[in-house]
Design a protein around this ligand. Structure first.
Ligand code: F6R
Length: 239
């Protein structure tokens, strides 16, 4: 794993955008695995700026999002579907046919998970997977568990994750209790992984990811087995 130290969040976002831009320049129709949450917002903003000033063309990329809350419609302000259009896709006038996000309102969630895995497969897998990291070591919404789950699945969100994400909702009761997430299999099959970590809250998870034994209790430790991982972390998260 290569660890790049960023002095602050803006620098982290710019460094991440450079890596994504390099990928897109070498393969304009690449498949990007995309994360939501606070961490990649600066990256999306920077990418959109490069696109809109003619320095990069994102018009042919395919996006595969990591996850979506169960029970929130695409229009819900806190759904990841809404997040992606608001923070990225609207800014680059993306072609909706290139956008893939699990449907958290699907009647048959198991079928939706199978559909999503089939979409990832039909696109030939993920070229560059962008990840954040949860304070409990989750990647996507692969929460600490007894085993690593390979495929896209429905997951019960841990109380600590719900509490962390409650900052976006009016109150804790509104935070969904479950989500659809791509599995560890699709993440590990990504050709390259770019993990971003910002802020003191992430220092323990980051340290464990790098130094603990590989265990599904700290899902991010599996990345130790991937041959092409770049971590961009700011001073605070590196402790
Ligand atoms: C988001 C996701 C999560 C977040 C993680 C960190 O799609 O899958 O794993 O990356 O919870 O979230 P932030 O960036 O808000 O600290």
């Amino acid at each position: 794993m290569e660890i790049l130290r960023a002095t602050d969040y803006q620098v982290l976002s710019n460094m991440a955008a450079e890596i994504v831009a390099r990928e897109v320049n070498s393969k304009p129709d690449c498949v990007l695995g995309l994360a939501t949450g606070s961490t990649p917002i600066g990256l999306y903003k920077q990418l959109a700026q490069l696109h809109n000033t003619g320095k990069l063309s994102l018009s042919r990329i395919y996006g595969i999002n990591l996850d979506e809350y169960v029970g929130l419609s695409a229009e819900h302000k806190l759904s990841y579907q809404h997040y992606m259009w608001y923070n990225f896709y609207n800014l680059i006038k993306a072609d909706a046919r290139h956008v893939n996000i699990p449907n958290g309102l699907a009647e048959d969630l198991k079928k939706e998970c199978e559909r999503y895995d089939a979409v990832i497969k039909s696109l030939g897998g993920i070229d560059l997977q962008i990840l954040g990291i949860g304070a409990n070591g989750h990647i996507g919404f692969n929460e600490p568990a007894e085993v690593f789950i390979k495929n896209t699945h429905v997951v019960q969100l841990h109380e600590s994750t719900r509490k962390m994400n409650a900052r976006f909702f009016d109150n804790m009761n509104q935070v969904p209790t479950s989500a659809i997430t791509i599995g560890i299999g699709a993440i590990m099959r990504a050709k390259k992984i770019l993990l971003l970590a910002s802020g003191h809250d992430k220092s323990t998870a980051l340290h464990k990811m790098l130094h603990s034994d590989i265990t599904p209790q700290i899902p991010a430790t599996i990345l130790q087995l991937h041959s092409n991982v770049t971590i961009i972390a700011d001073e605070e998260s590196l402790g």
